[in-house]
Write a protein that binds this ligand. Structure first.
Ligand code: ZN
Length: 243
């Protein structure tokens, strides 16, 4: 364990073109449940499975049911950034980290101070009227009842990639560019089980691949450094030069 922290520290010290690719495991230490873990959202009991509720078809047909679940389970405004979010923001500030690419929709990287955040699956902090495109913030949805409506009468939809929906093209392009230009890629808090997000790793051509995840990932055997501990615990031990 100690050796691995030292090695991670050395790699971070030596490089200034690092990209971070993360998932649900980055937020679990902030108290946001991992969708796919045993006690995660997908194992709770609802009238419909969460995969059904969080699909495009369901949203269009039953927005009332969708919003019941969504408001109850997806809108967590009490979570705070943890050591991983904070350290990544510091690494960006000192010029070492070029981008955070995340599968999370919780805004915690931005709350920690990160500027270049590529949100592959969107964000619960952005919502748009389906009719006129007007923007609505987190609290508008949180404090709404029933199906949230725009002043024009249109239904407001979260800017979150639902099942059956494609990823945003610009976000994908920017992510591919960041990964393909990185010297170091840190994969953290994700089992790389969700596609097409996980396939972005194929674009990495750099020197050093680091995987930090409690559970095995398909990239473990390609990793130059593999750490199987919670990512917040690991990042809390990293020091930034000049600190
Ligand atoms: Zn509208």
């Amino acid at each position: 364990m100690e050796d691995k922290i030292i090695k991670l520290q050395e790699i971070i010290d030596k490089h200034d073109n690092i990209v971070f690719f993360g998932g649900a495991g980055v937020s679990t230490e902030s108290g946001i449940p991992d969708f796919r873990s045993q006690d995660g959202l997908y194992h709770q009991k609802y009238d419909y499975p969460p995969e059904t509720i969080l699909s495009h078809t369901f949203f269009m047909r039953r927005p009332d049911e969708f919003y019941k679940f969504y408001r109850d389970k997806m809108l967590c405004d009490t979570a705070k950034p943890n050591a991983a979010h904070l350290k990544l923001a510091e690494l960006e500030k000192c010029g070492k980290l070029k981008a955070v690419i995340t599968q999370n929709i919780d805004n915690l990287h931005q709350m920690a101070g990160s500027k270049k955040v590529l949100e592959l699956h969107g964000s619960v902090y952005r919502n748009y009227c389906m009719k006129c495109g007007k923007f609505y913030d987190f609290s508008y949805i949180k404090n709404s009842t029933g199906v949230p409506r725009c002043e024009c009468g249109g239904i407001v939809k979260p800017d979150v990639v639902l099942y059956e929906e494609g990823l945003d093209n610009q976000t994908l392009t920017d992510s591919v560019r960041a990964i393909s230009q990185a010297q170091v890629l840190i994969i953290g808090g994700t089992s790389l089980a969700v596609y097409p997000a996980a396939s972005l790793i194929d674009y990495f051509r750099g020197d050093c691949l680091i995987v930090i995840n409690k559970a095995p990932t398909p990239r473990d055997r390609n990793a130059d450094l593999l750490i199987k501990d919670p990512i917040g615990q690991i990042f809390s031990q990293i020091r930034i030069k000049g600190e």
